[in-house]
Design a protein around this ligand. Structure first.
Ligand code: CAA
Length: 248
């Protein structure tokens, strides 16, 4: 897709399961993909693996939960490559456990990494997008932000919060050529989901009408669609992509 060639896409948390598929798909579709990482050791191995598969992603270290760290990282990207056209807020963690026992640390970690990060990253790209009258912001939320999940009060709160953010920002920047959308994946076969005990996971899969977990590339396909120039009339939307697990 050559029409995407001049666009710079920043994907946070690129080394994760969804992040990897999103980086690859955007790259195949012609975007210049930049990703952020937090764990240097994991990032080095990931970059080498990507190189062996023919991808050359620039990587920047950041703590997405820290405003100053994000500000510095985005300034670095812009100084080297120019303004960011597409921001995919993908970085996220889980700290599952029922709420009665949830610690302040596990609440804070999930809210800061999954939701404050959306503020931190978006706030640092939005004004230049407004100045240039173009931008695509894609927030990776979750079916569990839409419907709740036993053991995920922190995660569900952060993921539901993301879409509230999407709806408001979409209105505020609609006339500036910027679209803001949420994608809410269901259970996708990533390390994050595979960390759920097998017995619980099997019960969850049994609730999915399609009868399987999703593939990372199925999410990446939707990200690339929303990132495209042609998707200019879609904003403030929340795309459920969950195999029919949650229909409403
Ligand atoms: N509904 C009702 N009760 C449930 C339940 C459910 N769904 N699941 C567990 N329970 C009950 C158990 O029967 C048990 O009851 P008793 O105390 O009476 O025996 C109790 O809750 C479990 O107690 P634990 O002390 O084991 O609970 P815990 O605080 O350690 O939490 C858990 C357990 C970690 C939450 C575990 O249930 C779990 O891993 N659940 C899956 C969570 C999940 O789906 N996470 C998704 C991760 S991937 C992701 O988030 C990506 C995405 O976007 C989809």
């Amino acid at each position: 897709m050559d029409q995407n060639e001049k666009y710079i896409a920043l994907v946070t948390g690129g080394t994760g399961g969804l992040g990897t598929a999103i980086c690859k798909r955007l790259s195949k579709d012609g975007f210049h993909v930049v990703t952020s990482y937090n764990n240097a050791e994991k990032a080095e191995k990931w970059q080498a693996k990507m190189k062996s598969e023919g991808y050359d992603f620039e990587m920047y270290h950041v703590d997405v939960s820290d405003y100053g760290s994000v500000e510095a990282m985005i300034a670095q990207v812009e100084a080297k490559l120019g303004p960011i056209d597409v921001l995919v807020n993908n970085a996220g963690i889980t700290r599952d456990g029922q709420f009665r026992k949830m610690t302040v640390e596990n609440w804070d970690a999930v809210l800061k990494t999954n939701l404050y990060s959306v503020f931190n990253c978006t706030r640092n790209v939005i004004n230049q997008m407004c100045d240039r009258n173009y931008g695509r912001i894609i927030n990776i939320s979750s079916v569990n932000g839409q419907r709740g999940q036993f053991g995920q009060a922190n995660y569900s709160a952060a993921k539901a919060g993301m879409h509230g953010f999407t709806k408001t920002l979409a209105m505020e920047v609609a006339r500036k050529g910027i679209t803001v959308n949420t994608i809410s994946p269901g259970y996708i076969a990533t390390d994050m989901v595979m960390a759920v005990p097998e017995e619980i996971r099997n019960k969850i899969v049994a609730e999915i009408p399609i009868g399987r977990m999703g593939g990372t590339e199925e999410i990446a396909h939707l990200v690339s669609f929303l990132a495209s120039k042609e998707a200019s009339f879609i904003t403030g939307a929340n795309y459920a992509i969950n195999g029919g697990q949650h229909v409403y």
